[in-house]
Design a protein around this ligand. Structure first.
Ligand code: M6R
Length: 610
């Protein structure tokens, strides 16, 4: 969501913080701000819009100081504006706070602080923290103690960095629900909400856990709990490379990430799919193998694209391994008092590993006794750390807000989990050799789909002014229809709906006329003829059909105005190929419409608030 960067060291803080903010812009970007300790004061600059606006407003020689912090904001409380951008100051401008998360009881606290004479500048929940800390310091005590006391009074989630002009040379950091990582450089320390802001300076980091608190100064990093008990944190090594978080010649991160998919799928399979030995090995599930084998039911939790991956997973787990599987929106799960049994195994799927709803849902399932596992991309993320086992998807950093390569890697991992469980449970009539070979061939087949990008760009030009889109698919391609529609909505702001093809006649068919583009996913699988009947229904109403079909489908050209070809594969693995043209279609539509592809309006890469 929002991004946080802090710096304490021997270099100038402002340029380092700005650089880090740029790397975090994908997390939230309606405004940005910077504060530096300079000559016994806090100097601050805030701007609406991108970090580059902040950078151009920063004049050489101003904001000189080697302790600083900055923030990119994704608005929750209060519209995007300069006053609402972080940092937020106390009445005297001596205390500055940046914050990710939501202070749920802010209005109660604010009322009290206003009654005590505090003057607020913004509409944010965050500003109560600076005034509360100010208030508590008036009663005596140092900044550290005041921050601790303030945090004991707030309800909600936070990742915060606090500085005070009265206690120069240090930053105070605390976490509950919003990630924070501290990097150890040479004669310097960096703080960030996401390790990608640190990797160009250091690989040595510690991750703060919920309820932890750190004081960062040139003397070092002292970590304690919020209740002031000293804790020893172990330093971990970051594994991401700088080039992974750069565009590498592509116009947008999203396009780069779409094109990375042959490689990222291969990375998801590497060392796990052992075709010659005829086995699947998933080290992260070894410890919980007994629980998995005894599971009466699998529950998959996720949001957005990760939820769509879960839906495809349900088809695989039930269709191949015969395990009863339910897929739930993580955001709905815990508010409906779900019945969870100790024999349930829950998979939380998340690219970022930080999605607040997914985290809350998995905690609920864990509290109710289920075994909780993760299918996560970001190594060391909160979900990865709070689960009892799991599988990293190894897709590498995904910067584009619209998730692409993470989705195909999530599906690849779900396919591996399915094969592992089917074999371990002794499911009969599964041709493991065939399925393993099909999985092994997927990277090459995705490469073939990508060769058709030019044709998809032409189709996007034809439809770029459309107001609505329908996406239809059946079976495991129904979630692909949902995902195609989500991609289009997210980055080109065109209204789109994904539907199970056969459900169309129960309502949405009323929308079809000669202006309605309908993307139909029609692979030559077991239900091909059924889907073709649905496509006929669209044609009969003069809808404009764009078909995603197999290379050897000679009939589809008679029905569809445009055909995008994909290689054949085993039915349940089809979504891994069929989604790629839909990613490209939405990408080229967005480019043709001139929208901000990597940072679409109102969206954030990692949604760390409920
Ligand atoms: O990081 P997560 O996978 O938990 O994120 C879940 C959703 O917020 C995410 O998939 C979102 O829907 C993407 N913007 C989709 O492109």
């Amino acid at each position: 969501m929002c991004g946080i960067v802090g710096y304490v060291g021997s270099r100038q803080a402002a340029p380092i913080v700005l650089e880090g903010l740029k790397r975090l812009e994908y997390r939230g970007y309606d405004s940005a701000g910077l504060a530096v300790q300079q000559d016994g004061k806090i100097v601050m600059l805030k701007k609406v819009g991108k970090v580059s606006h902040l950078e151009s407003a920063l004049h050489a020689g101003t904001m000189a100081g080697s302790v600083g912090m900055g923030h990119t904001r994704w608005a929750t409380h209060g519209e995007p504006s300069e006053v609402n951008a972080h940092p937020h100051l106390d009445c005297l401008g001596a205390i500055a706070v940046i914050h990710n998360g939501v202070i749920e009881n802010y209005s109660v606290l604010k009322k009290k602080l206003l009654a005590d004479g505090h003057r607020f500048q913004s509409d944010t929940d965050t500003e109560v923290l600076s005034h509360l800390i100010e208030d508590l310091q008036k009663a005596g005590g140092d900044l550290e103690q005041a921050v601790r006391q303030a945090l004991h009074q707030v309800k909600g989630t936070y990742g915060i960095v606090v500085m005070s002009s009265r206690e120069p040379g240090k930053l105070i950091v605390a976490r509950k629900g919003s990630p924070l990582v501290i990097g150890f450089g040479e004669e310097e320390y960096l703080i960030a909400s996401d390790p990608s802001a640190l990797v160009q300076h250091t690989r040595k980091v510690i991750y703060l856990e919920d309820g932890e608190f750190a004081v960062v100064s040139m003397e070092g990093v002292s970590t304690r709990t919020l209740d002031d008990v000293a804790i020893q944190k172990s330093v971990e090594e970051l594994t991401i490379e700088l080039e992974q978080i750069e565009r590498g010649g592509f116009e947008h991160f999203m396009l780069k990430e779409i094109h990375e998919q042959p490689e990222t799928i291969r990375n998801s399979l590497r060392g796990r799919l052992q075709v010659d030995e005829g086995v699947v090995k998933l080290g992260g599930l070894e410890q919980v193998k007994d629980k998995l084998l005894a599971a009466r039911r699998i529950i998959i939790l996720g949001c957005g694209t990760s939820w769509h991956a879960g839906l495809v997973g349900e088809y695989m787990l039930e269709g191949i391994a015969g395990i009863p599987t339910e897929v739930e929106y993580a955001s709905e799960f815990r508010y409906r008092n779900p019945v969870i049994m100790e024999s349930d195994v829950v998979f939380a799927i998340s690219q970022s590993g930080e999605t607040a709803d997914t985290l809350a849902a998995l905690r609920e399932a864990k509290a109710k006794g289920a075994t909780v596992l993760g299918i996560v991309n970001v190594v060391g993320s909160t979900i990865a750390r709070e689960t009892q086992g799991g599988v990293y998807i190894h897709a590498g950093p995904e910067i584009g807000v619209a998730s692409t390569k993470a989705f195909t890697s999530q599906l690849t991992v779900l396919a591996l989990v399915t094969l592992l469980l089917a074999r371990a449970r002794g499911v009969p009539h599964v041709d493991y050799t065939l399925l393993m070979n099909e999985l092994d061939a997927l990277p090459g087949k995705v490469g073939k789909v990508l060769e058709g990008a030019g044709r998809i760009k032409e189709i996007a030009e034809v439809f770029k002014d459309a107001r609505n889109f329908l996406y239809l698919g059946r079976g495991s391609n129904f979630p692909v229809a949902l995902e195609g529609a989500l991609k289009l909505k997210e980055i080109s702001y065109i209204h789109a709906e994904g539907y199970p093809a056969a459900e169309m006649k129960h309502g949405p068919i009323a929308l079809i006329d000669e202006k309605m583009p309908v993307v139909c996913i029609v692979p030559k699988d077991a239900i091909y003829d059924k889907v073709i009947s649905n496509v006929q229904e669209v044609k009969a109403r003069r809808g404009r059909i764009i078909a995603v079909a197999n290379e050897d489908d000679d009939d589809i050209g008679d029905l569809a105005e445009f055909v995008i070809r994909v290689p054949r594969t085993f039915g349940f693995f089809g979504p891994i190929l069929n989604v790629v043209p839909l990613q490209l279609l939405s990408y080229y539509m967005a480019v043709a419409r001139g929208t901000n592809v990597d940072q679409p309006r109102n969206l954030a890469k990692s949604v760390t608030v409920e």
